[in-house]
Structure formats: structure tokens, C-alpha cells
Design a protein around this ligand. Structure first.
Ligand code: AMP
Ligand code: MG
Length: 427
């Protein structure tokens, strides 16, 4: 029985993350959110691409207005109006200004923007902003105050063309999508999504649409794991229920290893008379690296590699519904994230939370207790789910979003004490 941290390390070392062009595909930018960038991206244009105004106001020459104040306003002739999207037609000469709006190109000659609040218009005619043409009605303005080089977003201030913009291995979130759009990357090279075969073993299992005979139960694991696989950014391939029949199980596992990058099975990995998975894996030439971990729930855990250079990963999770999910969150999810080619952030993240109730554990294994993580004035709080913390009890696992960890060797976390919590759902 391996300590959880040892199993983490073994699994992390077994995973060979997607890294080559052969494991990449191109998707439209609209579909790139949540995917992993497969190539470093550099932009061909500076950001901003040209000097532009950060405010609505007037583009002026600072030398003309440096002495401007309420007492000594400086008069300037407005020679052009520059809305966003308009290319200035003329340079600003001494004594001149251009009406400019946020995002408008700073005209040649101008070196500062005076915000419109610091200007009095001399006549009442307000030039209309137009993207097509500069308005003809121009006027004079009195500038009351100015700062040198104010409110200009300089070309290249945020990014210089050719510099690295996003690295390979980046998990693409909304801000990254915005950056890719700005860099005019409309087809995005991303790693393909890992394919994860899921099978449930057990003579007692039926699908949810079947009437239950005595002794039968519904195969809930298949559905829960499919949901978790998809949420982890991988593609679930549900292979259904396989009875506890060695020949049939062997055929299905062999087929799963062919089709998928990762195979998840539940059930049949403990030491019961019908627990065949480890033996079948050995017969199929797989190498078994982990057989049990010191985690409760979820002690029986088979981790094996198969196929070319051990490129296929097999996780045999326990059949008990809570155990299989804890095993997924704790060990499978990090492996899937690492396999996806993500450069970081794939390990399990534990948050410190204040236990709202006393937490109890046996002490022999790292123990996970499910409940709700909430935000408090001090940070996070953890509320233990009411009801039985049996590994067979799915009912009180529902509506929880976190697993509190009581370390191996510890038997108690008092209410009010800090506890490490694995967040597994939305707060
Ligand atoms: P096993 O690991 O096969 O010994 O199964 C342990 C317990 O989990 C037994 O009570 C099984 O009936 C139950 N179980 C196994 N597989 C599933 C499944 N796919 N969905 C729900 N319960 C399961
Ligand atoms: Mg079973």
C-alpha cells in the first residue's frame, strides 16, 4: 500500500505529455477555449499597433499648452476630428489641435492628449465623430491644463511584434483567446484531447433504463466518470458494463487499450473472488506500477502502462461509487491534465480551509471527507456533509464540492482548525 504522495510521483512519471506536432490539431479560435496551445505564438504586429488616445479629448503639441491654466488658457485651432478607426489626414502644427476620441490614432506632430474636461470649446458647434470623413465644422478650443505625453497608448507599449506572446502548453482561457484574436490567430494549434475509455465491471450492474432484479444495482460510475473526464478536457469513450467474466473482460480491456490513450475501469480491483483486472492486465502484457494506495476511500487502485513504450495508461478504480470518484479526483485528473500537454497547474490543488465541524479519521490512511467549501470573511470554510461517510454512499456526496484531507497518522481535526481541502466542484 503506497503513500498517496508516492503514488502521485509514480503516476506523474508514467505520463508522457502530448508535446509533438503529431499530437496537435487546428481549431477555430471560437472553439479554442479550454484547449491547450500546441505551439508558441508570436504576433506579427505591435500592440498597440499605433499610438492612440486613451481618452476623449484633444491631441495637441505640449509645447503649445505647457503654460495653460484656468487663468491663462491657451487657444488652439481644431483642424481635424479623429474618431477610432479613422486615419488622420494631416499633421498638427504649432497652434493646432485635433479633436480625438478613445482609440483614435494620434496624429503626427501631436505629443499629448488633453482630456476634454480640461478644455472649453470656443463656439457651440460640436464636430460630429465620423469614421468615413473628417467633419468640416471646426472650431477653436481653450486649453486649461495639460500634462506632457499624457493619455497616449504608445505603439508597442504592451507587446512588440515577434516577441513570445503565448507559450506552448498554455491552457487557453478567455484572456488568452482575446490575445490570440488580437494577434489575428484565427486558427489555433492545440493538442488533441486525450481519449479516455471507461468501463464498468460487475455482474450486478445494469444501465439506468433497465428494471432492477434482486441483487442488481445501477452502474452509476460510468456516468459520473464520463462527466469528470469531459470536465477535465478529455473525450470520454463509454464502453459500458462488462460482467465478471475473465474472457469478456480481457477482450474489452484489450479493445479499450487500442482505442484510447487512457483506460478507466471500475470494480474488480480489490481481492474478491471476482476481481480479475490485475490478472488480465498482466496477461495483456501491461506493466502494473501501483496496486493499492494508503487512501480512504479508494485503497484498491491499479495503475498500469501498456502498448508502445508504455504509452497507454490504465487506471483500475474501485467499484464503490465514492471511492471511484475520489480516485479520479485525486489521481486520474492530474494525470489527464498532464497528458493533455498543459505546462503546469495539473497537480491536485489543496486549499486551506477552517473546519466547521470536527473531522475524524482512522489514522492508517490519508482520509478524505466530503463536504462543502464556502467562502468566509477569513478565507475558506469546510462544512462536513451530513449523513454516512461510507464509500458506498453517493447520496450525501451529491451537492458537495470538496474533499477535506486528514493526513495519514492523524485521527482528528478539531472544529476551528485549518484543514487541507481538495476543491472538486464550484464554490
Ligand atoms: P468491487 O470493487 O467490484 O468489489 O465493487 C465494490 C462495490 O461497488 C460493490 O458494492 C459494487 O456493487 C459497487 N459497484 C461496482 N461497480 C459499480 C458501478 N459501476 N456503479 C455503482 N456501483 C458499483
Ligand atoms: Mg465487482
Amino acid at each position: 500500500m503506497l503513500p498517496a504522495a508516492t503514488a502521485d510521483q509514480i503516476i506523474a512519471d508514467l505520463v508522457k505529455p502530448f508535446s509533438s506536432a503529431a499530437q496537435a490539431e487546428t481549431v477555430p479560435l471560437q472553439q479554442a477555449a479550454g484547449r491547450i496551445l500546441a505551439e508558441a505564438i508570436a504576433g506579427a504586429q505591435d500592440i498597440p499597433q499605433w499610438d492612440n488616445s486613451a481618452m476623449d479629448g484633444y491631441a495637441v503639441r505640449y509645447a503649445d499648452v505647457q503654460s495653460a491654466s484656468e487663468a491663462t488658457p491657451q487657444l488652439l485651432q481644431v483642424v481635424e476630428t479623429i474618431p477610432a478607426g479613422y486615419r488622420p489626414q494631416r499633421a498638427i502644427a504649432t497652434g493646432e489641435a485635433a479633436r480625438i476620441f478613445t482609440g483614435g490614432m494620434v496624429p503626427e506632430g501631436a505629443d499629448t492628449i488633453v482630456i476634454q474636461e480640461n478644455v472649453i470649446q470656443e463656439n457651440t458647434a460640436t464636430p460630429e465623430a465620423s469614421a468615413e470623413a473628417a467633419p468640416t465644422e471646426l472650431n477653436r478650443v481653450a486649453v486649461l491644463a495639460a500634462e506632457p505625453s499624457a493619455f497616449i497608448r504608445r505603439q508597442g507599449a504592451f507587446y512588440q511584434a515577434g516577441q513570445p506572446l503565448l507559450a506552448a502548453g498554455t491552457l487557453l482561457g478567455a484572456p488568452d483567446i482575446a490575445v490570440l484574436a488580437t494577434a489575428q490567430c484565427s486558427a489555433v494549434p492545440v493538442y488533441r484531447q486525450p481519449r479516455v475509455a471507461i468501463l464498468s465491471t460487475g455482474n450486478e450492474l445494469v444501465t439506468p433504463d433497465q428494471p432492477l432484479q434482486p441483487g442488481q444495482i445501477v452502474d452509476s460510475n460510468q456516468y459520473a466518470l464520463s462527466a469528470l473526464v469531459a470536465a477535465a478536457g478529455a473525450v470520454p469513450l463509454p464502453l459500458g458494463i462488462v460482467p465478471d467474466d475473465p474472457a469478456q473482460l480481457k477482450r474489452t480491456i484489450a479493445q479499450a487499450l487500442q482505442q484510447a490513450d487512457v483506460v478507466l475501469s471500475t470494480g474488480g480491483v480489490s481481492v474478491g473472488d471476482y476481481d480479475y483486472v490485475d490478472r488480465i492486465l498482466a496477461e495483456l502484457g501491461a506493466k502494473i506500477h501501483v496496486r493499492a494506495v494508503a487512501v480512504k476511500p479508494g485503497k484498491p487502485l491499479t495503475v498500469a502502462t501498456a502498448g508502445d513504450q508504455g504509452s497507454k495508461l490504465y487506471f483500475g478504480l474501485p467499484g464503490n461509487p465514492v471511492s471511484s470518484l475520489v480516485g479520479f479526483w485525486r489521481f486520474v485528473q492530474p494525470a489527464l491534465r498532464k497528458l493533455s500537454g498543459r505546462s503546469g497547474g495539473w497537480g491536485p490543488t489543496f486549499l486551506p480551509a477552517i473546519a466547521q465541524e470536527e473531522l475524524r479519521a482512522g489514522g492508517q490512511r490519508e482520509t478524505y471527507l466530503w463536504g462543502r467549501l464556502t467562502v468566509t470573511a477569513e478565507g475558506y470554510g469546510f462544512h462536513l456533509a451530513a449523513g454516512s461517510h461510507s464509500s458506498g454512499n453517493l447520496v450525501n456526496l451529491s451537492q458537495t464540492n470538496a474533499l477535506a484531507r486528514v493526513s495519514q497518522g492523524e485521527t482528528r481535526v478539531a472544529a476551528g482548525q485549518l484543514v487541507s481541502v481538495l476543491k472538486v466542484g464550484e464554490i
